[in-house]
Design a protein around this ligand. Structure first.
Ligand code: UDP
Length: 243
């Protein structure tokens, strides 16, 4: 099937979301080249970034599906549009951490790279005007962001996804430090993984050299962004594409 974009439904910092002609249950995600950090304070546009992210995300969604973890992903077409099931998004960012970095390092003054066992799952309320604050289960229920059963399934799914991802990244010489997921509810009322899994939303370090290959290159001016994302793509595609 060839899906056609119709109206723009939503434009975020890194993606555009379109309706799909004749398919009210689907959306098309277009990945932009723009990069933002620090709640939109730092901005740039990097050629090829969007296409690398959509390719990496596609490989990971496909892999997770083979491991029994379905997502909203339906198809990525030759124009690098990602056709997805339409979900009612839950306004929560689910962060999983295997090693100390980023905001956790700052918050608790822990050494960067220290292993975290078992992995931590944290919830953040998606609200740009508030800077996406950390949110407890009780606060989420009080704000009617979600109910306990849904929060429990988000955390369980996030840890299952972490288990599957930490199975593949070391095999390709990468360390999965932390990452962010978003979920939504499909038309059957099922909680499904949505959004993207890409170097914009994960911290990935070279297992041998410790080189940071993800969006921290942009955040902290650590080197060429596309070069890092391309390395991640090349390593992953060796394992996931040639089967
Ligand atoms: N993350 C994200 N979107 C956000 C916040 C965080 O994708 O709005 C990802 C980030 O790339 C990292 C993980 O979630 O892989 C944990 O981020 P952290 O809480 O350390 O915040 P940061 O240091 O990115 O501000």
């Amino acid at each position: 099937v060839n899906y056609q974009k119709s109206d723009l439904i939503y434009e975020g910092k890194a993606k555009k979301v379109f309706a799909v002609t004749g398919h009210s249950d689907l959306i098309i995600q277009e990945f932009k080249n723009s990069l933002t950090a620090f709640n939109g304070e730092k901005k740039a546009s990097v050629d090829k970034k969007g296409q690398l992210n959509i390719s990496i995300s596609t490989m990971l969604f496909k892999y997770l599906a083979t491991r029994g973890i379905p997502s909203h992903w339906v198809k990525t077409d030759e124009n690098l549009n990602m056709v997805c099931k339409k979900l009612k998004m839950i306004p929560v960012e689910v962060v999983v951490r295997n090693f100390v970095a980023g905001s956790l390092k700052k918050k608790f003054n822990k050494p960067e790279g220290e292993p975290i066992q078992p992995a931590l799952v944290e919830l953040y309320f998606k609200a740009d005007d508030l800077g996406d604050p950390f949110i407890s289960d009780e606060q989420a229920k009080w704000l009617k962001v979600s109910d306990q059963a849904t929060l429990d399934s988000l955390k369980k799914l996030a840890l299952q996804i972490n288990k599957e991802l930490t199975e593949i990244f070391p095999k390709v010489g990468l360390k999965l430090v932390d990452f962010k997921l978003e979920f939504g509810i499909d038309s059957d009322g099922k909680v499904l993984l949505g959004d993207e899994i890409s170097p914009d939303t994960c911290r990935l370090w070279d297992l041998k050299t410790g080189e940071k290959l993800d969006k921290d290159r942009f955040r902290y001016d650590l080197g060429d962004v596309v070069e890092g994302y391309q390395k991640i793509f090349d390593k992953l595609s060796k394992l996931l594409e040639e089967k």
